[in-house]
Each structure stands twice: as structure tokens, then as C-alpha cells.
Design a protein around this ligand. Structure first.
Ligand SMILES: Nc1nc2c(c(CN[C@H]3C=C[C@H](O)[C@@H]3O)cn2[C@@H]2O[C@H](COP(=O)(O)O)[C@@H](O)[C@H]2O)c(=O)[nH]1
Length: 315
């Protein structure tokens, strides 16, 4: 079955007014990507241990995998935690590492009954002053609730039967904060960013074996976060309406669910589809999620324009 994220994004881009994919820009970026080696799983900061705990950890990780930038640009620094080598980690890797330390020091944090009724103080103890704390508390409570209902993380993930599509359906059915959808011109469109990343994280963590043996990774689209549109726009693969570009440059948050925000996400998905086809036509066999990883990796370097800011628990 076709991924609804792909079909929805295609439909949005036919009507889009704020963002367009630029085919010369995409072709130029594809040429650059041709020489980028495949990006493997970067698991240095993740927890890996006994299977049940690892699965609980991954579900919690992707439940919290959103908004790592300071809501107030004037006062806030990007959220960070001390890393293993003395420096500081930010963003996704900071979250992976902070949760790993919790898993190692106090595995009972991830017990279904504990997560179900976790409160702000416990989350703050674990993660420090992370943005959007109330959403994160709720996200963890939902993880606890789902684990409680299924009895274990192993029981939960087993229901996916090795399929990304089923895992996305499962997660979005049982954990409301994974339901990453928007209304565009009166129609519901899906992005399922964190649910789809969970599939990639699962495959990466387990090296494609055991619970990470997912047979339909090609079903996944790009994960419509805030780093990919930043990179794509910086390379001219996406062209933004000047008003939108100006707002992003001035760090003004975009309204969640606004047409410009939804179009940016759809354009990101479609640009990655186009990059994937271009690379394939050039003889390189890649999946959209692999192109996503290449781009996300490149987006870890300093970029000439800021990333779009949307206060949302979805990405
Ligand atoms: N499109 C896309 N977005 C991704 C990821 C990942 C994690 N993947 C890695 C994990 C191990 C592997 O080796 C993977 O490469 C996180 N994010 C998103 O980025 C944003 C944070 O950015 P920053 O502040 O710079 O950490 C935030 O929205 C977060 O949800 C991805 O893969 N693709």
C-alpha cells in the first residue's frame, strides 16, 4: 500500500503557493550527493542493552524527538547536555544520550506503570530544562499507557510483524502524540515524522536484525523535520516565497498548521523523492530514508540560513 505521506505531499505541492521544489536546484544537489558515501547508523550516543529495555528506550526517544531549539531566540541557548567526551551534545543526540544515561542508571524509569504517571519533575531531572516540557510529559505518559496496554515493548513491537507500515499504523493508533497530521485546504494530510523515524531508529539500533528486521524500508518517506527544509533551501532545492524566507531568517515562528508550514513539510518530502529518483536514474540504488539520512547528516554542519521554527510536538 502506498504511503499516505507521499500521496498527500504530492497533492499539496500541486496547489502550493509558499514553497516550490526547484528542479535545477535538486539536480545540482543530487550531483553533490552522488559522491557522498552512504550514511550508516550513528549509534554512539544511544542505549543498547537487553531487548525489552532497548525497545522501551527507543519508543520514549522518538516520543520526545521534537523541538530542540530555544522558543525564545533572544534569551535561550539551544538545549544541550554534557556529552561522553567532555563537550556538550545538542538536539537529537543530546536526547539520545540523556535517555541512555537514565536507562543505564535507573531502568525503572521506563517501566510502563512509572511512565504512565510520570510528572514534570521526573522529566526535568532526566532531561534538564528542555523546551516544551508539558508536551514531553504527556508524550511519555502515552508511551507508558501503550506499554501497559500491550504488556511489554516486545509485545507492542511484535504487532508490527516486521513492517514499517504496520509499525507506523500501530504507533499512531495507540499514541495520540504520534498522530502528525495537518489540515490543508480542507483535507487531512499526514506526515508521521516521528513514527517514521522510529522505524529507521529501530532498524539502525538492531542492525536490521530481530526487532529491527523491517522488510519495507522503501515505504518510508523523508522525515519532515526542521533540518531538511533548512538544508534544501540553502542548496536552492526549495524556493520559498520571500515573505516566508524573511520570517524564517528573522527567527519568527511559523504557526503550526498554517499553509506555509504544511507546504514546507510537503515540499521536503517531495524534494527527497525527487532526489532519490535522480540518484537512482544515475545508477545509485537508494531509498528515500537513506537520502534523508544523508541530508540530515549534512544539515548537522553550519548552514547559511536558520531552520524554520514551529512550536509543535511533531518535529
Ligand atoms: N529528517 C530527519 N530528522 C531527524 C533525524 C533524526 C535522527 N536521526 C539519526 C539518528 C541516528 C542516525 O544515524 C540518524 O541519522 C533527528 N531528526 C530531527 O532533527 C531535528 C533535530 O535536529 P538537531 O537539533 O540537529 O539534532 C528534530 O526535528 C529531530 O526530530 C533523521 O534521521 N532525519
Amino acid at each position: 500500500m502506498e504511503n499516505p505521506v507521499r500521496a498527500g505531499s504530492q497533492w499539496i505541492m500541486r496547489a502550493a503557493r509558499w514553497v516550490r521544489a526547484d528542479f535545477d536546484g535538486i539536480a545540482a544537489l543530487a550531483t553533490k550527493l552522488r559522491d557522498v558515501p552512504p550514511v550508516g547508523w550513528e549509534g554512539r550516543y544511544h542505549f543498547r542493552g537487553e531487548e525489552e529495555l532497548t525497545l522501551r528506550y527507543l519508543l520514549a526517544l522518538d516520543a520526545l524527538n521534537f523541538c530542540f531549539w530555544p522558543p525564545s531566540p533572544a534569551t535561550g541557548e539551544k538545549w544541550s547536555v554534557p556529552g561522553p567526551g567532555g563537550g556538550r551534545l545538542t538536539g537529537y543526540f543530546a536526547l539520545a544520550y540523556a535517555l541512555r544515561q537514565v536507562a543505564e542508571a535507573d531502568p525503572s524509569f521506563f517501566a510502563p506503570a512509572a511512565l504512565r504517571r510520570i510528572g514534570r519533575d521526573r522529566v526535568r531531572d532526566a532531561l534538564g530544562e528542555i523546551p516544551l516540557l508539558p508536551w514531553r510529559v504527556r508524550a511519555l505518559q502515552e508511551v507508558g499507557e501503550a506499554l501497559f496496554r500491550f504488556g511489554s515493548a516486545q509485545g507492542f513491537f511484535a504487532r508490527a510483524q516486521g513492517s514499517c507500515r504496520r509499525l507506523v499504523e500501530l504507533v499512531t493508533a495507540h499514541l495520540p502524540l504520534f498522530r502528525d497530521a495537518a489540515l490543508y485546504r480542507g483535507r487531512e494530510v499526514l506526515f508521521h515524522k516521528r513514527a517514521q523515524i522510529l522505524c529507521a531508529d529501530l532498524a539502525g539500533t538492531f542492525g536490521g536484525e530481530g526487532p529491527g528486521a523491517l522488510r519495507d524500508l522503501g515505504w518510508l518517506t523523508a522525515f519532515a523535520d526542521y533540518k531538511l527544509p533548512q538544508l534544501l533551501a540553502a542548496h536552492g532545492a526549495l524556493v520559498l516565497h520571500p515573505t516566508l524566507a524573511g520570517r524564517i531568517r528573522r527567527l519568527i515562528p511559523l504557526a503550526a498548521g498554517s499553509p506555509e508550514e504544511v507546504e514546507l513539510r510537503a515540499a521536503t518530502v517531495m524534494a527527497v523523492e525527487e532526489l532519490t529518483s535522480t540518484l537512482r536514474a544515475g545508477g545509485r540504488s537508494v531509498l528515500p530514508c537513506e537520502v534523508d539520512w544523508m541530508l540530515w547528516n549534512l544539515a548537522q554542519d553550519r548552514l547559511p540560513i536558520p531552520h524554520p521554527r514551529v512550536l509543535t510536538p511533531f518535529y
